[in-house]
Ligand binder design. Structure first.
Ligand SMILES: [Zn+2]
Length: 210
């Protein structure tokens, strides 16, 4: 079985003018095309690693060849990332790729909420959608209703993409008083800090042995 650096070289050198690495990488740039496959089971065409959910397209400016790769490979091999025709440094490239992923996540949450409120037209779900569009997060109570109804209607969604806010005292109190089975429904949308908070409020994580 070929090694990781060998695989990368085998994939990129035949599509490049330069015959060696890292020279060949300098011919490539990120095209801004991103594809969300919804499940993390695609392959990075550069390193052949599987479990890629988002395909970022890179292009060789000399040969016009394309590859669909994971964002980590763009950063690892310093493939050029531009913003308004300006070449970004490593830190800004990372920020830009993160922003793109965040935007896709936000859009997929909004899409799920829209489908839900069409499927089940009621005020709570309509308000949840309006609230999410305005604030880009859900309250703990909204999150429970939304995840419960999304699952009920078998609407495709990624709970971890939704953001839940505990910024206001009311949201904290709502989480504190929430029945444990409801807390478990929203668990995957909580950040690690929020999970710690939930545990402090006396809740236990899902599947934890007591
Ligand atoms: Zn890769």
């Amino acid at each position: 079985m070929s090694t990781y650096p060998q695989r990368v070289a085998d994939n990129i050198l035949p599509l490049s003018v330069a015959g060696t690495l890292p020279e060949a990488f300098k011919e490539w740039y990120f095209t801004e095309n991103v594809q969300d496959h919804e499940l993390a089971d695609e392959e990075c065409e550069l390193c052949n690693q599987e479990h890629v959910r988002y395909h970022f397209e890179i292009k060789n400016r000399n040969t016009n060849h394309h590859l669909r790769v994971g964002s980590s490979c763009i950063l690892k091999f310093q493939i050029q990332v531009f913003e308004n025709d300006k070449l970004l440094d490593a830190k800004s490239s990372k920020r830009k790729l993160e922003q793109i992923k965040n935007k896709i996540r936000l859009d997929s949450c909004i899409e799920a909420l829209k489908r839900l409120s069409m499927k089940e037209p009621n005020d709570i779900l309509k308000n949840a959608l309006e609230f999410y569009l305005k604030n880009k997060y859900l309250t703990p109570k909204f999150a429970f209703v939304v995840f419960w109804r999304l699952s009920n209607h078998q609407i495709e969604h990624s709970p971890s993409f939704f953001k839940v806010s505990l910024k206001k005292d009311k949201y904290k109190k709502d989480l504190m008083q929430m029945p444990l089975n409801h807390v478990h429904v929203i668990w995957s949308a909580l950040s690690s800090v929020q999970r710690e908070k939930a545990i402090k409020y006396g809740h236990t994580p899902p599947n934890s042995v007591q």
